[in-house]
Ligand binder design. Structure first.
Ligand SMILES: [Zn+2]
Length: 267
C-alpha cells in the first residue's frame, strides 16, 4: 500500500502537550488540528502561517486535549458548524459533531484525508487513535519509550491496545500527545540497562531537546526496539518485571501491570 506522507507540525501547549497540525493535501492553506487542549497557541500559529482550521480530531476527553475546541470553532471564519469535530463516543466530549468508532474510516474527502479509527482503551475507556497516510495520532495511549497512565482501564485492556498499535506498519510515524520521551527513556533504561537502541536513542533525544526541538514524531520500528511497554514478551523485560514483583509472572498483561505500577512510582 502506498501513502503520501503528511506535512505535520507540532504546536506546544501547556507545559508538555503537543497539538498536531496536519496540512490538508486536498485544500491548500487548510489544516486539521489534533487534540487542541488550548486555543491560543493554535490561533497564533494560524495567524503566523495564514492558514485556516478545517477540522479537529480528538483522541480522548481529557481537558488538556479538548479544552480549546469551543473557542477555536466559534472563532473560525467559516460559518458555524462547518469545522467538524471528530471524536470518540463519550458524553464527556460534548464538543464533538461527529463520532468515530472502532473499525470505521474517518473520511475528510474535501481535505484529501482519511484515517482508520482504532479503539484503544486503557488511559481512558473511550480513547481512540487515528491512523492514515503513514501517521498515527495516538493521544495519551502510546508515548515514545512509554505509555499513558491507566486512569480508567485495566492492564489487559491497555496491553491489548498497545499490541494493536504495535502491529501497524513499521514505518508508521508516531505522533504522541506529550513530550515525555527523555523521562520515559530513563525508565526504559532502568528496565533494560543494556538496550543498545534505547541508549542510542537517549543520546539523539538529548541533542534534540538541548536545542529545544521536539523528540517526536517517533517511528513504530523504533518503539518496538526501545519501548518497554511494547516489549512485555521480551525476556529481558520479563526478567526485570519478575525481579521488581518478587514473584513469577505469567501473562504479558501481568508483566505490563508490574511495569506500569513501577513507572508510576519512578522518579
Ligand atoms: Zn490524557
Amino acid at each position: 500500500m502506498s501513502h503520501q506522507s503528511l506535512a505535520v507540525r507540532p504546536v506546544g501547549a501547556f507545559t508538555d502537550n503537543y497539538i498536531w497540525l496536519i496540512e490538508a493535501p486536498g485544500r491548500p492553506g487548510a489544516v486539521v488540528a489534533v487534540d487542541p487542549g488550548e486555543a491560543r497557541p493554535v490561533q497564533a500559529e494560524l495567524e503566523r502561517s495564514g492558514q485556516s482550521l478545517a477540522a479537529i480530531l480528538l483522541t480522548h476527553h481529557h481537558p488538556d486535549h479538548i479544552g480549546g475546541v469551543r473557542e477555536l470553532t466559534s472563532r473560525a471564519s467559516a460559518p458555524r458548524g462547518s469545522v467538524p469535530v471528530i471524536g470518540p463516543d463519550d458524553p464527556r466530549i460534548a464538543v464533538r459533531t461527529r463520532t468515530a468508532r472502532d473499525g470505521e474510516r474517518c473520511e475528510l474527502p474535501d481535505l484529501g484525508l482519511g484515517f482508520d479509527i482504532l479503539h484503544v482503551p486503557g488511559h481512558t475507556l473511550s480513547h481512540i487513535a487515528f491512523w492514515g497516510h503513514g501517521a498515527l495520532f495516538c493521544g495519551d495511549t502510546l508515548f515514545s519509550a512509554g505509555c499513558g497512565r491507566m486512569f480508567e482501564g485495566t492492564p489487559v485492556q491497555m496491553i491489548a491496545s498497545l499490541n494493536r498499535l504495535r502491529e501497524l506498519p513499521q514505518d508508521t510515524n508516531v505522533y504522541c500527545g506529550h513530550e515525555y520521551t527523555a523521562a520515559n527513556l530513563r525508565f526504559a533504561l532502568t528496565v533494560e540497562p543494556h538496550n543498545r537502541a534505547a541508549l542510542e536513542y537517549q543520546e539523539s533525544v538529548a541533542q534534540l531537546r538541548t536545542r529545544g526541538a521536539p523528540s517526536l514524531p517517533s517511528r513504530m520500528s523504533l518503539e518496538i526496539r526501545v519501548n518497554p511497554f511494547l516489549r512485555c514478551d521480551v525476556a529481558t523485560v520479563r526478567a526485570a518485571a519478575v525481579a521488581r514483583a518478587g514473584k513469577a509472572l505469567e501473562a504479558d498483561a501481568e508483566v505490563f501491570g508490574v511495569l506500569r505500577a513501577w513507572k508510576d512510582q519512578f522518579r
